[in-house]
Design a protein around this ligand. Structure first.
Ligand SMILES: *[C@@H]1O[C@H](CO)[C@@H](O)[C@H](O)[C@H]1NC(C)=O
Ligand SMILES: *[C@@H]1O[C@H](CO)[C@@H](O)[C@H](O)[C@H]1NC(C)=O
Ligand SMILES: *[C@@H]1O[C@H](CO)[C@@H](O)[C@H](O)[C@H]1NC(C)=O
Ligand SMILES: *[C@@H]1O[C@H](CO)[C@@H](O)[C@H](O)[C@H]1NC(C)=O
Ligand SMILES: *[C@@H]1O[C@H](CO)[C@@H](O)[C@H](O)[C@H]1NC(C)=O
Length: 224
């Protein structure tokens, strides 16, 4: 090889390598900015993880390896607000209820990793905008539903949304846990401008939770 040809070759090689390296550094930089929360339950243990990469559903070993996980004691679980993407892998409704019932989550993914069919129960979730669902260990394609899109940035209070009349708008979704049994299309149905959830939906039997005189306009969504 001619010396000049060689130096041109190594120049391009260096450029290509630098390009690859640059892309790699940018890639991991972007990903490290976007850690998301993954909570999974396995044999009565609950693990709360911060992951920088997407982990295949129900791959507990990989999650323990790749994410930064902590064990959570059921007695310490509080109703929290999740301001970034939350993924939950679950096997039964009791733990899902502990983790999710009456929490505020706007971007949620639920993956069912169990084998025993789930009963029909309703989980109440505040402020839900987007839900992704993976049924029966990924044997069916993932499905998603957008409940509402909001221009609010994620730092704003999920409940402090106002409509044109400056009335407080509160989004609440009721998720039927039996939707994870077998394959059916994920559906949602919303009712706008509900002033009293207890009066509109007496069969929900959550009267202890919703006050009737809080001067809010609810958008009530059923996911089934
Ligand atoms: C899981 O961890 C996040 C922070 O990474 C925290 O905000 C959330 O409350 C935790 N959830 C549970 C159920 O421990
Ligand atoms: C992001 O997740 C990685 C593990 O996947 C962890 O090492 C890192 O501490 C996390 N960063 C934050 C800010 O939680
Ligand atoms: C969610 O909480 C409400 C009110 O405490 C309760 O009536 C309901 O049974 C809970 N849902 C589930 C699925 O446990
Ligand atoms: C919402 O409901 C209230 C009564 O509950 C009614 O006065 C108002 O006109 C309704 N608003 C819209 C936009 O439908
Ligand atoms: C409900 O809120 C609106 C706007 O904040 C206010 O104008 C109205 O007086 C309130 N009504 C009641 C019954 O508190």
């Amino acid at each position: 090889m001619e010396p000049r040809a060689f130096s041109a070759f190594s120049f391009w090689l260096a450029l290509i390598l630098a390009g690859l390296l640059g892309i790699h550094i940018t890639g991991s930089f972007v990903r490290s900015q976007k850690n998301h929360t993954l909570i999974f339950t396995k044999e009565n243990a609950i693990r709360n993880c911060s992951c920088s990469v997407d982990i295949r559903d129900c791959d507990y070993c990989l999650a323990n390896l790749m994410c930064n996980c902590k064990t959570v004691l059921p007695s310490t679980i509080e109703k929290t607000t999740y301001k970034s993407h939350l993924t939950i892998w679950f096997t039964d409704t009791s733990v899902l209820e502990m983790l999710l019932n009456f929490t505020k989550v706007w971007d949620l993914k639920l993956s069912f990793c169990g084998t025993t069919p789930l009963p029909t129960e309703y989980l109440a979730i505040w402020g839900l905008r987007k839900l992704r669902v993976n049924k029966v260990k990924g044997r069916f394609p993932e499905q998603s539903v957008i409940i509402h899109s909001s221009n609010n940035n994620e730092n704003e209070d999920l409940l402090a949304v106002h409509n044109k009349d400056r009335q407080m708008l509160a989004y609440i979704s009721f998720l039927d846990t039996s939707l994870f049994n077998g394959y059916s299309l994920l559906k949602s149905y919303s009712v706008d401008n509900v002033s009293s959830i207890t009066e509109h939906f007496p069969s929900l039997l959550y009267s202890d939770v919703f006050s009737t005189s809080d001067n809010k306009s609810y958008v009530v969504t059923f996911i089934y």
